[in-house]
Design a protein around this ligand. Structure first.
Ligand code: GLV
Ligand code: MN
Ligand code: MN
Length: 420
């Protein structure tokens, strides 16, 4: 039986646009964990999953999970899981994460319409939080599903002082933030056949090669930190330059160190995306400066060596300037290689459909990194337009590429074989 799917690409793009209307901001897309917009997006995803013929549950961290149950003739079926996140960065793009939920929902709808059941349970997960915008933690939602939730995170507060525990207690989610409920939301890895994630590439590699799709080889490990430099507040007009203990100029030197150290190795990257002088005034020498630090590399050893050098450098700069510095490690996640047997199943479909089988590493982090801790994972990348820009409202994909990706995914599901 062939499946007529000419409108899948269109449906995916229209739904991405509709979902982007639920936003924490007026003129752009921000969808942070457990805000009203986030809850609306979650409810919308649940409705679309139900419309596609899935049974839906929402777990204790807010993941929306739709199941397309196996053909009743299949004995002891395993679960093939797919999914990605529906939270966003501040003023982000509408496909980052969401493509990996909307595409499989559209595909399941097409399978259902064609009367096709699969010989395994297929689950689509809308992960509630991956970006770390609200509580400065990433992979929160997949860490719950993977049974790796860190209970200490419940005490972490957002910028308004609301803790994650309070946010969950008020959320109406099952368990209301109870640690046992969060633990119980973990999946049993022995029930899983694998985890696959479709994601926009978020870079220019496929675009520059003229390819709509690529297979990910591995996901670069990443470490995030909060750095605090402390000096002494004093008068901007009367304190001589050589008597200052200026936390902001110290931070500036530390940030330049991040840049210069990470520029030494081609696969290493370092970013300071948040920088504040808390309670600063224009006529007061900064007493404190706080910044985030995100360091990534394809090889864990390269990343760890850079971190060691940077932390030592931060201490050296602080001592030279009579500052105090503290470096808090927020989220270390190791490099996650994709499973060759799953990659090959994607490769066989690409080949059969006349695509080049092109493999590339991912520099961005993904929910698959956390799922990798409990089960084999693979990822299908979809070409990103506009020069490959992402984490930016200019992020885009074409309807044709979404269509191609959906057709590949249909074939992948129909030919998927559970590993012996
Ligand atoms: C997620 O988008 C990340 O790579 O930080
Ligand atoms: Mn992202
Ligand atoms: Mn993403």
């Amino acid at each position: 039986m062939t499946i007529a799917t000419p409108s899948l690409g269109q449906s995916i793009l229209e739904r991405a646009e509709a979902l982007a209307r639920f936003s924490d901001m007026e003129d752009g897309l921000t969808c942070a964990f457990l805000t009203p917009a986030h809850r609306q997006a979650q409810a919308q995803l649940a409705r679309w999953m139900e419309d596609a013929g899935m049974t839906v549950r929402i777990d204790a961290i807010g993941n929306v999970i739709g199941r397309y149950a196996a053909d009743s003739a299949t004995a002891n079926p395993k679960v093939l899981m797919t999914g990605s996140h529906f939270d966003t960065v501040r003023n982000g793009g509408r496909y980052d994460g969401r493509l990996g939920i909307l595409l499989p929902i559209a595909v399941v709808g097409a399978l259902r319409d064609a009367g096709i059941r699969l010989p395994y349970h297929f689950e689509v997960v809308g992960f509630a939080e991956e970006e770390g915008l609200r509580f400065k933690t990433s992979f929160l939602a997949s860490s719950v599903l993977a049974g790796r939730f860190d209970p200490a995170l419940l005490d972490r507060a957002d910028v308004d002082g609301v803790t994650m525990r309070e946010a969950l207690a008020d959320s109406g989610l099952p368990g209301a933030g109870d640690i046992d409920a969060l633990r119980a939301a973990a999946v049993d890895p022995s029930t899983l056949a694998g985890f696959v994630e479709v994601h926009i590439e978020q870079g220019p590699v496929l675009l520059n090669r003229g390819l709509p799709l690529g297979i990910v080889t591995q996901i670069a490990g990443s470490s995030r930190f909060q750095v605090r430099a402390e000096g002494l507040a004093s008068h901007a007009g009367t304190t001589p330059m050589d008597m200052r203990r200026d936390a902001a100029t110290g931070a500036a030197e530390m940030i330049l160190l991040v840049e210069s150290r990470c520029a030494q190795v081609p696969t290493l990257v370092g970013t300071v995306g948040q920088l504040q002088v808390p309670n600063g005034s224009s006529n007061v020498i900064p007493a404190a400066c706080v910044f985030s630090m995100d360091i990534r590399a394809g090889e864990d050893g390269i990343r760890e060596a850079a971190i060691a050098d940077i932390v030592a450098g931060i201490e050296r700069i602080a001592a030279k300037r009579s500052l105090k510095a503290s470096v808090e490690r927020v989220t270390p996640v190791n490099n996650a290689p994709c499973a060759r047997w799953l990659m090959d199943q994607f490769g066989a479909v690409l080949k059969k459909r006349g695509h080049e089988v092109f493999e590339l590493p991912s520099g961005a982090g993904h929910d698959a990194m956390m799922m990798h801790r409990i089960i084999d994972v693979a990822m299908l990348f979809v070409r990103c337009g506009n020069g490959g820009i992402s984490h930016n409202p200019l992020e885009t994909i074409t309807e044709e590429d979404a269509q191609q990706a959906a057709e590949v995914f249909v074939d992948f599901l129909r030919h998927f074989r559970v590993k012996d």
